[in-house]
Design a binder for this molecule. Sequence first.
Ligand code: 4AD
Ligand code: MG
Length: 429
Amino acid sequence: MSFLIKDAKNHIGQDVELKGWVFNKRSSGSIIFLQIRDGSGCIQAVIAKNEVSSESFNEAEKLIEESTIIAMGQIKEEPRSPYGFEMQIKDLKIISLSSEFPISKKEHGINFLLSLRHLWLRSQRQWAILRIRNQIINAINEFLQKEDYIKLDAPIITPAACEGTTTLFPVDYFGNKTFLSQSGQLYLEAGIASFGKCYDFGPTFRAEKSKTKRHLTEFWMMDAEAAFMEFNELLELEEKMIYYIIQEVLKNCKEELKIIERDTIPLEQIKLPFERLSYQETITKLQELGSDIKYGEDLGNDDETILMTHFKQPLFITKFPSTFKAFYFKRDSKDSNLTLSSDLLAPEGYGEVTGGGQREDDYQILLNRMNEEKLNIKDYEWYLDLRKYGSCPHSGFGLGLERIVAWICKLEHVRESIPFPRTIYRFTP
Ligand code: 4AD
Ligand code: MG
């Protein structure tokens, strides 16, 4: 019978076969206590000299941390154990005796841990964070599928920039110059004329020279796009989705949140609708809070932190000036210097987690805008076609997965929110 530790409560009194890794061992001569994990959870196992064969006990004595084993034994309830259950081992076999594990219980520096990321992933904390990440991915897919969005996978290798030309990673494509995708948005804009609503979810790349706690060079983005969706409806969709993600994590990741010692009260207190401030109101607010930002400037990381230490709920900043926003945003009909754009900022000091807006749907205005930006129109002909053949008002947004994970797990740095982080100085392991 195949057994998983997470199902221990259904096997009380039964003999089961457990396959896993020993991550801790304590011995009092004739009794050995093993902490074992199998991927689904952890359990304490006890092996007593006078209750097993001498072969089994010898194996247990030889064990060192991170060795793999098969243990046969009985599951018991054990209220004193942090896991609630214990296994009384009857038979034990070593599958692979580990070499001495380089990561110990003592504190290690972050660079050491990142160079050993392939081994660090096994720690309980990393296990918990990456399971929460998995739950967030599931919640995003579930939410969008329920809202009738079709997953349309955007390409990774692209001929043109979506988010400005300064952060492109070039790829030599059989002699042609192409780039790693910064966002699948432009392809989803093509998708909406076929599917109405669609989304992608995949790796995106930015050659960001920034060394902040919020920037990776490879990160996962979900882009969603919908035909006939106007700006205000977009904000409603975004907040509904973020709220759904938080509820799913609170409901399904109780153990993981406990392991990482996340105070869940700020998450439990999040309510709909989220607050909305225009860019102009945000600048005034920031100046009140002591920032030296001036009207016309983009928010820096510090501004986001100041703002989101003040606000306890997620906050939409809307209608940024066109001067520092991408070419595709539609202008506000009330003030053509402003765009129908928005960033969603997360509380507890976290800052931007999504960015989106309504798209320019007029061929000529879009073309003028692209010329102003000195984009190579030839690379975007296919994109301009979308305004020639059945254009429609439409909106969409992009969600940075690692930013959401970092906020929900309250991580110090975004690098812990992804299995193998890529930053300006790190592309291994
Ligand atoms: O705000 P951004 O640049 O928006 C876009 O790329 C749009 N094309 C999306 C769309 O409208 N479909 O990026 C979207 C989100 C940001 O809000 C942020 O959460 C995340 O992606 N992000 C990053 N995450 C980690 N490291 C980086 N270097 C990031 N850059 C953006
Ligand atoms: Mg942005």
